[in-house]
Design a protein around this ligand. Structure first.
Ligand code: ZN
Length: 133
């Protein structure tokens, strides 16, 4: 439906919160730790979309591995979908490799699924669907 957010891998959340606050002229609006992924995140509003900063909280976190390999920078692009199960099925049938077979609980009250960058021109794609209460 739209680019829900762009995820950026960074080394130090506090430093980057200050940097991005300068860039945008406003502060982040929330901080959240996702234990299952080994990340601490913060979110900035940026018009209709958001920027998610991701800091590794453990050495075996995917973010720690990403930074060791590529350094800081854009990590993933997240697209909002209406029905994540239907989209996962459709994309798997189209030949995309899904990194998880069932949606996982992500940051910011979302169900998420990642698509392997090797099947998406080097881009780590996140599908996300808001969890409705
Ligand atoms: Zn994300």
């Amino acid at each position: 439906m739209k680019v829900e957010h762009i995820g950026i891998a960074i080394k130090n959340l506090e430093n980057s919160n200050q940097l991005f606050a300068k860039l945008f002229g406003h502060e982040h609006y929330k901080v959240e730790e996702v234990l299952s992924e080994g990340v601490a995140t913060s979110f900035f509003k940026c018009g209709a979309t958001k920027i998610e900063l991701l800091e590794a909280t453990s050495p075996d976190s995917p973010i720690a591995k990403f930074i060791a390999k590529k350094g800081e920078g854009i990590h993933h692009i997240a697209f909002e979908v209406e029905d994540i199960y239907a989209e996962m099925k459709r994309l798997a049938a189209e030949g995309f490799q899904l990194l998880n077979e069932t949606p996982k609980k992500g940051a910011d009250n979302k169900l998420v699924c990642f698509i392997h960058p090797k099947t998406a021109n080097g881009v780590l794609v996140e599908l996300c669907q808001e969890i409705k209460a």
